[in-house]
Structure formats: C-alpha cells, structure tokens
Design a protein around this ligand. Structure first.
Ligand SMILES: [Zn+2]
Length: 436
C-alpha cells in the first residue's frame, strides 16, 4: 500500500467525486440498476442568504431534478440533482421561496447538464454529427440535444467579434427547405466573407430587404471596408449593393455565370427534343443520351466521348441548335481561361453581340441578353480576382450540415447549425458561455 500514496486518491468519497467531476457537489448515491447510470448529487454549500433581505434562509424542501449528462465509462449517465428549495424566514419579506441554481452544473432552462450541453454543441455544430446520433449516444431524446445545440450554439455564434472587417463580401441564395404537400421552396440568403471563406450570417428569403437590413446593422465603418461585392446574377442583390455599398466593385460569380450557360443549353436541348420527336426525353433518344456530355467541360471529354457527342447531335439536332448552345456555353467558360481585364470586357461584348443575333436559338439569345446586362459585373471578376472557391466551399459545407440534419424545417436551427459549421466561431469560448 505504501506505493499507492503520493498523487493517488484513496478516499472512496473523494474518488467518487473526482469521477463524477462536478464542482462543489456531494455524491449522495448511485443507481446502477437500469441502462442509464444515475448519479445522485446535492450541492455542498448548505447555507445561503435571502436575495432580498440577506437573512439566513431556511430549507423548505428538496426535490430531485433529472439531467442528461455525459456518458461515463461507455455508459449513458443521468445526473439526479437534489435541488434545495429555500425560503426566507422573515414573514414581511416579499421573496418567499426560491430554488437553488448553479449554472456550472446545469441551467434550469435545459434538460441536460452544462458540460453535456457544450459537448453536444461541439459534436453537432463542429463535427456535423446528426442530433439523433448524439442523442442515442447520450441515451436521451432528440429534443434534449437539439435544444442544447441551439441554445449554446446561438450564444456562441452571436458573440461579438466572430468576424472582423471584410474585403470581399458575397451574397448567395440557398434553398433552405421544401415544405408541405406542394413542396413549396423556401430560400435563404447567405452572407459570406469570400476572401476568408467564412459564413457571416444567414437571413431568410432571397429578396433584398433582409440582407440589406443585416448589412446596414454592421455600421458605416464596416461597410466602407468592403472593396468587392460578389453575387449571382440576381437583381435584388445588385440593388442591395447599389444602395448599401455603392463604392464596392460588384463581381458576378463565375460559378453562376457558367451555370446559367449550362441551364440555357439544357433548355435548348429539351425544346429541340420536343420539337423533333414530340415527347420528353426518353433513354433511347439521342439528345437525352448526350445530356451529360453536353454540360461536361469539353476538356474533360475524351476522344471517344467527343465522337459520341457529335454522333448523337447529328442524329438528334437537325438544325444544329443544340450544338450552337453547346458552343455558346463553352465560349462562356473560355471567359475565365485568361485573366486580362481589358480583354475580358471586349470578350463579353463580342460574345453577347454574337449571341443576340436573330439567327441564334432563342435560349442563346436569352443568354446573350443576360451577359449584356451584366457585362461589367462579369468582366470585373478579372480585375478583382476574387476567387469563387470559398462561396462554393461554404455551400458544400452547408449541404453537409443539411444532410446530417435531413433537411431543416426551423430557420433558427438552420441558421445556428450553418454558422457553427461554416461561420468559424471561436470554439475556445464555448466553455465560457452560460445561459442566463
Ligand atoms: Zn428575505
């Protein structure tokens, strides 16, 4: 036994308290008879004063309150806190009775201990685990975990100083949820620091008013630091930038420009399909068979694929309209192959002039009109050289969060979860957060 001295704790009561690991509590019992290990505790401080008059309070009664806690030795654990209720002995005092609180153990707003609440916030928010998976690990229900993630998560992402000034700001619409029998789509707008790849916030809708209000709330000094503003080809966002940061250079996101060209190509293919064969694409139809090859980048198609594409177009595209739309799409992609700003504007102008020619397929003319309307925004990318990478990376992060959550129906959940995962909160602060 001599060797056990030193740093070893041998007192059974202390050993138990160390294992339970909560401050200023006495372990008064363990119930190991069920699947969940139940640890019964009470607070060590036995005396307290009345919050109004300071008179030493009397114990009125003591009631057990159950909290989900962190697993111990691979087994789910519940903390049964025998909370004292106090009463003021002074009959003239208005306070009456009150229940003891200790935020270090658990907030009275939560069904989970504070340490477990912080842990689940990190598991779900930072590691993008599903709420359900974490709830199973803790042996509790979905709501207990989700309430904690949203409460601690909201406090963490809304701490001041999560982001500083922003050089390149992006607005991007994201589908938030499809709901109801008609699968109505609800959109959100994400506000992104494009330079740092940080999600700044998410606001409901894809109209201008919410992003505008958010930006205005950041203050003049913050807004004046924004040099570049990136956007998809959406007029509401353009109007927001015009109104709030008129001096920033607006840049059309290359990703969205190329996507539009691909969408127009797809529209053209479906129309020609319908006009030549009189029905929607079937798996044997040549145009349907080449739909993937068409939208693929040409340099990623090998010789075999190229022969196949040309053959299918010969068979299904008698007037060469789909081929024209395909060339238009590739020409739009070419825009981003070089980085010379002066050349870029010239290229956009020539390209859009060619596209609006009355001989062109209707979809190509429409693409040309859009390019014309956004010519400066498109060419500005070559000056700004703002990479589109971060916005796309954030979109992918949010998709991952959505998959883990199987789609959100509650905007507050969606916002907090997205910001925890892609908003770069200071995780070191999580342990300082209390829920008052
Ligand atoms: Zn009192």
């Amino acid at each position: 036994m001599e060797r056990l001295r030193g740093s070893l704790e041998c007192d059974p009561v202390r050993m138990c308290e160390i294992l339970v690991g909560l401050p200023d509590v006495e372990v008064i019992g363990l119930d190991a008879s069920g699947l969940v290990l139940e640890v019964h505790v009470e607070c060590r401080r036995a005396r307290t004063g009345c919050p109004s008059c300071g008179v030493v309070a009397h114990i009125k009664d003591q009631r057990p309150v159950r909290f989900v806690d962190l697993p111990v030795a691979g087994r789910p654990m519940a903390l049964i806190w025998h909370k004292r209720r106090w009463r003021c002995p002074d009959v003239d005092c208005p306070t009456g009775s009150w229940t003891e609180e200790d935020e270090r153990i658990a907030s009275s707003r939560m069904a989970i201990t504070t340490r477990a609440g912080r842990w689940v916030t990190e598991q779900v928010g930072r590691c993008a685990r599903s709420v359900n998976e974490v709830a199973v690990e803790l042996g509790c229900d979905w709501h207990t975990v989700n309430d904690a993630v949203v409460a601690y998560g909201a406090a963490l992402v809304d701490l001041p100083g999560r982001f500083g000034t922003v050089d390149a700001l992006g607005l991007d619409e994201v589908l938030f949820v499809r709901e109801g029998p008609y699968h109505l789509q609800y959109f959100s707008t994400q506000i992104v620091d494009v330079g740092r790849g940080q999600l700044l916030d998410v606001v409901p809708g894809r109209k201008g008013e919410n992003p505008k209000a958010w930006l205005e709330a950041q203050g003049r000094e913050w807004l004046d630091a924004v040099c570049f503003a990136t956007l998809d080809l959406s007029s509401p966002y353009r109007a927001v930038f015009d109104a709030v940061i008129p001096n920033a250079t607006q840049v059309a996101d290359p990703f969205h420009v190329v996507k539009l060209a691909n969408d127009k190509l797809d529209e053209c293919r479906r129309r020609v399909q319908n006009e030549t064969l009189g029905h929607r694409g079937h798996k044997r139809d040549p145009l349907y068979r080449c739909r993937r090859l068409l939208t693929k980048a040409h340099e990623r198609i090998d010789d075999h694929g190229r022969d196949k594409l040309l053959g299918l177009l010969r068979a299904g595209d008698p007037r060469g309209e789909v081929a024209t739309a395909w060339h238009a799409k590739e020409a739009v992609r070419e825009l981003y192959a070089h980085r010379d700003p002066a050349l870029a504007l010239q290229w956009v102008d020539e390209l859009s002039a060619d596209m609006v020619d009355p001989d062109q397929p209707v979809e190509v003319r429409s693409l040309g009109r859009t390019l014309k309307r956004w010519r400066l925004h498109i060419a500005a990318w070559h000056t700004a050289q703002v990479s589109n990478g971060p916005t796309e990376a954030i979109n992918n992060l949010i998709k991952r969060v959505k998959r883990a959550a199987f789609g959100f129906t509650n905007f507050r959940n969606y916002r907090v979860r997205s910001l925890l995962y892609a908003g770069k909160p200071d995780w070191a602060q999580l342990n300082l957060i209390g829920l008052v």
